[in-house]
Design a protein around this ligand. Structure first.
Ligand SMILES: Cc1cc2nc3c(=O)[nH]c(=O)nc-3n(C[C@H](O)[C@H](O)[C@H](O)COP(=O)(O)OP(=O)(O)OC[C@H]3O[C@@H](n4cnc5c(N)ncnc54)[C@H](O)[C@@H]3O)c2cc1C
Length: 547
């Protein structure tokens, strides 16, 4: 590829990531831990620290767990953070309080995006193979069959150019990477802007999130960690100044409507936002790949922009690493858009719907909403559906990197996210399952070591993809299991099901050996004797390169 700056030869990387927002940072951490040489370029001189994400879900915390930063991140997270919808008379319409912890974490949590982003940033210092350059604005983007090249300039006016095999555009909603791709970004922008205000020394104090669905004055009030209160108000266009702020008079009016004693003195930050609902037509064009807001924008009402972005990173990083390392062909990357686009669309749709429920376009719709919520309380199944967040579109793939179940199996877990129980390791320590698996494929078998059934080709595939083999037995059988292990040369580790949750999971499925992808999706399940067939089919899906 020609060097457009005509200067010395550009430095080469495996992957260039544009944008050090949470999605770029997560992708860099994952690629870093997988041994990929990464360059991140960020145009600002530091991470964005204005008020943004406040809701983080269980899937995202699990993704942060995959890069071993969950304990640090949890310092800025409030778990079990319920959301309540009230009407204009302060009557409770619906309370969203999903108490299940299927993926190992609380489903609804409040967080401080800038503080968690900072932890993702600090996490990069663990990897010598990851370089992050601030104040580096990328201006041109080129790709050909061999690789990609970017050029740009630093804040001091220095020109730079870099090459890589792939480029990840996690450069936000106004993505220039996207503009350099042959894709569309269709959707809409809501007519009414919203003002977001963060107040310190929380003057309201209630621990959860409240949607006050008053058609005359809709607002959101959210308790955040570290005693911060987030308020969001609908803004009249003539109250906006400098595109992102409001007049002080308007600010005072809003605060006084909530509580006459509220004043400006404790305001940490305030900013006006517009709500977009947009989705890119394809997340990838050859060597350019989009992730996060660059690929999808959604209104904040379900708090899913950040979470969807981390889902992208979690889906993309391991695939990109396999391709860059030459384990899989480039074809593996086709599954990224295939797997991520549908769920992103569902998240956009549910976010738009929530906005309509919160702030309907007319009074009739507001009354209708109140009636529907009221009736739902009378129907237990409907009530449970709402309160336990059954409506949240948790990703489930029907196509992509998976080996689908035989048609007769009605309740196949293939394509769903594997649950995360606590288990005991060989030393007797209680651990969350993912902490034993690491950022790897896992073959988890109930009862007995599955590797007994491996043929040479299966062994070869397992080695190529670096899968961990885990045999699960009840805690009661610890002694005999470890004795069997001591006499065998198998690579399987034992884990012990002291809560009987793994037993329960396998009890409901048709197989006893399950293959989990590094992003924790179930790639396939079968019985031990048929495991070689499953792995051969999966190897094809993974586009493994034959040596
Ligand atoms: C008010 C508000 C509330 C929100 N609440 C939630 C919530 O509760 N939960 C949730 O999940 N999400 C929420 N979101 C959405 C969430 O903040 C975003 O989805 C998330 O920050 C997107 O991350 P990203 O990494 O994709 O992009 P960004 O964070 O926008 O990062 C993109 C980065 O790319 C850099 N960049 C751009 N162009 C270039 C270039 N040419 N060269 C170099 N660098 C470049 C930018 O400077 C920026 O740092 C909220 C958003 C807002 C505004």
């Amino acid at each position: 590829m020609e060097d457009v700056t005509k200067e010395s030869k550009p430095e080469k990387f495996d992957v260039i990531i544009i944008g050090a927002g949470p999605v770029g940072l997560m992708t860099a951490n994952m690629l870093g831990s997988l041994g990929i040489k990464v360059l991140m370029l960020e145009k600002l001189d530091k991470l964005i620290d204005y008020p943004r994400g406040v809701g983080i879900d269980d899937e995202s915390i699990r993704t942060i767990q995959a890069i071993d930063l969950e304990q640090k991140a949890m310092r800025h997270i409030t778990p079990f953070h319920w959301a309540r919808f009230y009407n204009s008379k302060r009557k409770l319409l619906a309370s969203i309080e999903p108490r299940q912890t299927t993926f190992g974490w609380s489903r609804r949590n409040a967080f401080h995006q800038p503080l968690v982003d900072k932890i993702l940033h600090e996490g990069l210092s663990r990897y010598e193979n990851v370089t992050l350059k601030f104040s580096s604005r990328v201006e041109t983007y080129l790709q050909d069959n061999e690789g990609v090249m970017v050029t740009g300039s630093t804040r001091d006016g220095e020109l730079f150019s870099y090459q890589a095999k792939y480029l990840v555009g996690s450069d936000g909603g106004a993505s220039e990477v996207r503009s350099n791709m042959n894709v569309t970004f269709d959707g809409s922008t809501a007519p009414d802007p919203f003002l977001v205000v963060d107040i310190e020394d929380d003057p309201i104090g209630t621990p959860n999130l409240e949607f006050i669905c008053d058609p005359r004055f809709p607002y959101v009030s959210i308790a955040l960690p570290h005693g911060v209160r987030r308020l969001e108000f609908k803004v009249e266009k003539d109250q906006i100044v400098n595109d992102i702020d409001v007049t002080d008079e308007f600010m005072t009016t809003c605060l006084n409507k909530i509580k006459p004693s509220l004043n400006h003195s404790n305001i940490l930050r305030r900013r006006v936002y517009r709500h977009n609902a947009r989705l890119v037509s394809d997340f990838r064009e050859k060597r350019f790949i989009l992730a996060g807001d660059a690929a999808h924008l959604m209104p904040v009402w379900q708090g899913q922009g950040y979470n969807s972005g981390l889902r992208d990173a979690n889906n993309l990083a391991w695939k990109l690493a396999m391709v860059v390392k030459g384990v899989s062909s480039d074809k593996l990357l086709d599954s990224y858009s295939e797997e991520r686009r549908q769920n992103s669309k569902e998240m956009i749709d549910i976010s738009v719907l929530t906005g309509k429920l919160f702030s309907p376009s007319n009074r009739f719709l507001a009354v209708l909403r109140d009636v529907v919520f009221g009736l739902s309380k009378l129907i237990p199944a409907a009530h449970k559906y709402i309160t336990t967040m059954k409506w949240k579109p948790i990703p489930k793939f029907t196509k992509g990197i998976l080996v689908t179940a035989p048609k007769k199996e009605k309740h196949s877990p293939v394509g769903t996210i594997f649950f995360q129980p606590d288990v005991k390791d060989e030393q007797g320590n209680i651990k969350k399952l993912d902490n034993i698996i690491g950022l790897n494929f896992a073959i988890i078998a109930w009862g007995s070591d599955p590797s007994i059934h491996f043929d040479d080709e299966t062994r070869d595939i397992v080695k190529k993809i670096g899968a961990k083999i885990l045999t699960v037995v009840p805690e009661e059988q610890r002694e005999s299991a470890l004795e069997i292990k001591s006499k065998s040369d198998s690579d399987s580790e034992y884990i012990f099901d002291h809560t009987y949750a793994v037993n329960e999971w396998f009890d409901w499925t048709y197989g006893s050996v399950v293959v989990i992808r590094p992003d924790r999706f179930v790639a396939g399940i079968t019985q031990p004797s048929e495991f070689p067939e499953l792995m051969k089919a999966l190897a094809k899906k993974l586009a493994l390169v034959k040596v």
